[in-house]
Design a protein around this ligand. Structure first.
Ligand SMILES: [Fe+2]
Ligand SMILES: [Fe+2]
Length: 278
């Protein structure tokens, strides 16, 4: 089966790419299930019910998140009611929401999704290495295919998680840095790995935010208000082909589409199968 993991959707530019182009990407790559990181979907900070529902409507099956999950207060209620929205599994016990979900493809095949967050240069949550193993144990009987979104800053911690889970999960895909890395591979025991899948949002930006205020903060050390940028929207994602009998990955490929490339894909899809007129 083919799984697609879409990198952090940032603000309206990111949501628009998903709304207009995701179906065409799904068709073009024969995708069976879509996971997307939604932590920056609401103007760069968090996610709301309206926005989450619209992403599910656009073809996303499971939403993961990370350090921005609580930025919008209403996410607290939304995550309690919507099992397809995950927060990192290694938040302390008692925190609302869940860190894993077993989804079904359109034809009823199970796909487990786990979300965890790193601790290096980030909030010190519970040990993600131990927590992810526990989550895998708790869903393994329901799904051999298991995808982990590891939301982390440090490349070393992400690679360590890849080796830790080699042979135990189908894929470990990194999120959070908003910059796609070129190190996709299948580890020796069959686990697909990519340090970061990148960002679905405006790329003429500083990781999604307008250049001026973000740059000013580096230049002056003073606080600034950040708004999502608008220019050069791109969809970044990764495709993982999985053998559902073994849970192993058989292929991993990064993908990226500019707005124009996505438009062309949509147009190709809509003309495909149109009968020629005399
Ligand atoms: Fe993010
Ligand atoms: Fe993040």
């Amino acid at each position: 089966m083919n799984l697609l993991l879409v990198g952090d959707i940032v603000g309206r530019p990111g949501r628009e790419l998903v709304r207009r182009g995701l179906r065409a990407v799904i068709d073009a790559h024969e995708v069976d299930l879509v996971i997307a990181n939604a932590e920056n979907a609401a103007a760069g900070f968090g996610v709301t019910k309206d926005i989450g529902d619209s992403l599910l409507e656009a073809g996303i099956d499971v939403m993961t998140s990370g350090n921005h999950i609580w930025d919008k207060k209403e996410a607290l209620d939304y995550i309690k009611a919507e099992p397809r929205l995950l927060r990192p599994a290694n938040f302390p016990a008692g925190v609302p929401g869940r860190g894993s979900y077993v989804a079904q493809t359109g034809d009823g095949r199970a796909v487990g999704v786990i979300n965890a967050m790193g601790r290096v240069f980030m909030q010190p949550l519970d040990d993600p290495f131990a927590v992810v193993l526990r989550e895998i144990e708790s869903i393994r009987h329901r799904s051999r295919v298991i995808i982990v979104d590891f939301h982390a800053e440090a490349t070393s911690e992400k690679i360590a998680m890849g080796w830790h889970l080699d042979g135990r999960a189908t894929a470990i895909i990194g999120t959070h840095t908003h910059v796609q890395t070129a190190d996709e591979r299948i580890l020796p025991k069959g686990t697909a790995y990519l340090t970061d899948v990148g960002m679905t949002g405006p790329h003429d930006s500083i990781i999604g935010m307008e250049v001026e205020p973000s740059l000013a903060r580096f230049l002056t050390g003073m606080p600034a208000k950040f708004e999502p940028a608008t220019g050069n929207a791109r969809l970044n994602a990764v495709l993982v082909e999985a053998d559902e009998r073994t849970g192993r990955a058989t292929r991993v490929a990064r993908i990226g589409y500019s707005e124009r490339e996505l438009e062309e894909l949509v147009n190709r899809a809509s003309t495909k199968g149109t009968p020629l007129r005399a």
